[in-house]
Design a binder for this molecule. Sequence first.
Ligand code: SF4
Length: 504
Amino acid sequence: MTILLTTLNARYTHASLGLRYLLANMGPLQEQTKLQEFVIGAKTTEIVERILARQPRIVGFGIYIWNVEETTKVVAMLKRVAPQVVVVLGGPEVSHEPGEQQIVQLADYLITGWGDVTFPKLCGEILNGPKPLMKIHAGVQPPMAEIKLPYSLYSDDDIKNRTIYVEASRGCPFKCEFCLSALDKTAWPFNLDAFLAELEGLHARGARLFKFVDRTFNLNIKTSLKIMQFFLDKLAAYPDDPVYAHFELVPDHLPDALKEGISKFPPGALQFEIGIQSFNPAVQTLVSRKQDNQKAADNIRWLTTQSHAHMHVDLIAGLPGEDVASFARGFNQLWALHPHEIQFGILKRLRGTPIIRHTEAYGLVFEPYAPYTILANKDIDFPTMQRLVRFARYWDLVANSGRFAHTLPVLLGESAFEHFMDFSDWLYANTDATHRIALDRLAAMVSKWLQTRGMSKAAADELLASDYAGRNESGSRIKPAAANTPAARAETAAPQRQARHLAA
Ligand code: SF4
């Protein structure tokens, strides 16, 4: 074996689509190329030992925001114990600002941007000469039809045990300044028939959980409908062995034809990740995000009430121009629409994103290390930002986990953000922890908090017991606020099926 493609995935269940694309496009070098994935948290020495056991001449590393720190250690150790091994880097984290990155200094070569044709070409030059003169190679973007699709490279083990990532298109036409996809300026579709044939092949091999990494699935409605029809056909043909599909949507573009398709999906078969990010028009303008807030809200409401789709809706705290009061208004507005989960993210400065143009005017201060989370800005000081960070963490534990489904609406009352912030501050003051709070301790703390708000111990414990002692043991993420909707009622009928998919 001559070339090893490797990366550190965030979890075992995440199979790297990027590495499989590279392997699929190695051409004559494919025979000599192998793929080996690791998971972050593994010991550096073990990773290096396992890489070297394959005796590669070239190691290609996929570098992402979540693995750059650990991979830097791996590359440093690898170059110490085996300096003859040629290290080639690629991936979004090293595609911008390479001059500032230690890992780039340690490596022999770097490919920025698309690696599908540039990586095999560079490997050929390294192996057969002439030796590449430049260290940094700008990835060439080939016509989409020339990129070989990688789906046959998912092994049977991947299909059985891991999330299958797929993409019908790359890129995004929107320009939200906090997002790396803003640099794409457009989206490039793969040939739809060829893609659907690959999905067919994966399904025939047993794949049932498909996660689309397309940035905006509902960009081209004709394409979206055809892909949805693929899944509807499978659901009709195999009702006892259903598929589950996850898509990212822009919220303000849901024409009737798409709604009609969505409404045909049964419970537990469809999940949408929907970016709202901010409901504040001034903030949206500032970060070049085009969004019709009224349409977006109407569409989320429609999805909640008229479809069985499970919805994660994203908000970002820390955007320039957004103070806590404005964020709170957006949060409450979103909570009132009853999505199943609100993904509360804190702004990160992804390398290469244009958001830094606001640094001076809005006093943006980011962590110096990955994931470069915002620490403060002109409107939110450091201690307040930390309160928001804890809010996000506790929100995951209490709200998004679905473990407090009956208790949550009582805890939130009529002012979801304000009440949860009070709870979050109190919980932190009384536990000094944001991670590793055992569930029974968390339940006891929630009960205690409700008592500080005037509820009797008996009533608080009874309320908690309704979640905690079994009535919600399925792990359903349905919030009680949404539990009265038709979609939620139907979903509770199939918690096992959804739980299986959501656990992946
Ligand atoms: S946030 Fe979403 S819509 Fe905006 S540029 Fe990124 S992928 Fe596109």
